[in-house]
Design a protein around this ligand. Sequence first.
Ligand code: UD1
Ligand code: MG
Length: 445
Amino acid sequence: RPLLEPVSLPALFTSFGLSIFAFLSTIYLVPALGPAFIKANLKGRDLLKTSDAPIPESLGLVCASVYIMTLLLFIPVAFSETFSKSPGFTREGIVVTEFPLHQLSVYLSAILSLLIATLLGFLDDVFDIRWRHKLPIPIIASIPLLMVYFAEGGNTNVVVPLPLRWLFGPLIHLGPLYYLYMSLLSTFATNSINILAGINGSEVSQAIIIAVSLILNDLLYLPWSMGFRLPIHLLGNDTEIEFGGVWRAGMAYGSKIMVERHLLSLYFMLPLVAVCSGFMYHNWFPARAFPGDTLCYFTGMAFAVVGIQGHFSKTLLLFFLPQIFNFLLSCPQLFGLVPCPRHRVPRFDKDTWLLSPSTAKLERHSQLITIILRLFSALGFVRLTTDATGRITETTNLTILNCILVRLGPMGEKQLVKTLMATQVAGSVLAFVIRYGLARMVFDG
Ligand code: UD1
Ligand code: MG
């Protein structure tokens, strides 16, 4: 197997430089374009403030545009080594001996999926698309990604944890089901951020923390980290299968392809952190701009892109622990078992400016719902109101934000978003522990 190749640092530095430019552009463009968005009727009322002043909405479109432009500008840089190896322009035109067309298709498919996600998000902002209509679109948008994954013979096996090996054997060959899983991942990544929303800074802070976590994870796989003599279990046992890492002379070596995949993820995550940070400045309490669904969709798709193209879709899911919790908690409302109001944001008290859990009224409901809600209540996720007969008449809305308020009591919006961010960071720490600590116990390391 090929040993480590040196990382092309100039490309990484260029990506970093372009990201700074993207950050500055976003910080400048968001307030500059806000009035134009209001004029185009892209505006919303801040539900958790006393003022009725319209706030420009869908500014995620500006972030997405800057982000995609940055990626487009970066594509030639990613291939700079090929350019430098080729004899250059001759009378016959440019001579390229071995162009990594496959690598190019990775970029092009990624950008295609990002564009579709941005378009969908923006359409959702303008037309308020129904859930059942917008759910399948990211699945279709992920087809280019899946084709590229297929073209390179991507892994479709799952390593079975030790305790289950007697039943399934060491590997499960998921085959086409793995493709189904990856396409569902794109829907999950795009929608799960959108349903954990509604307070200033919530959407964009989730995106930043997930992106930074992915960057830290990528750094582990670059050659310098190998120099620290990472024990092999730090790379996860499935490294062997997923990335072709090898263990030689007490050192972990990754193959060239493993480094390439994590570099690709860095090239996509650095500008994402940049545009999101630039936007966060304007979206922080009290928000002067709203992200709209556009931001949720394109950031979610960016995560799906790196998870799929970087071949670490399972690790990616670990960084979505709060979103997974929020989704599971939301299921009864998303699937219509419990009434779902248009907005599930916490209730705002005009006098104290404190937020408390918002509620949904229940009329007739099945025994199943009673069991689920009682279970949620026993776990402390919701607070229920019952009538004299003991029938549930009201529940707090099934979101992580309301859950935090049920557990910790009323608090201000800024405090709540900080608590949410702390939860997301704690989730990422847990993800690293599971991925690199527990993996050793659960898989033979
Ligand atoms: C999702 C949630 C909904 C939540 C909404 C808030 C589900 C199923 N849907 O709906 O419960 O209320 O997001 O984004 O969970 N807003 C604020 N402050 C903010 C951000 C948004 O007040 O910091 C309000 C504004 O009025 C803004 C509106 O939320 O106009 C945007 O809502 P939208 O993104 O259209 O809602 P959904 O994504 O459909
Ligand atoms: Mg939304």
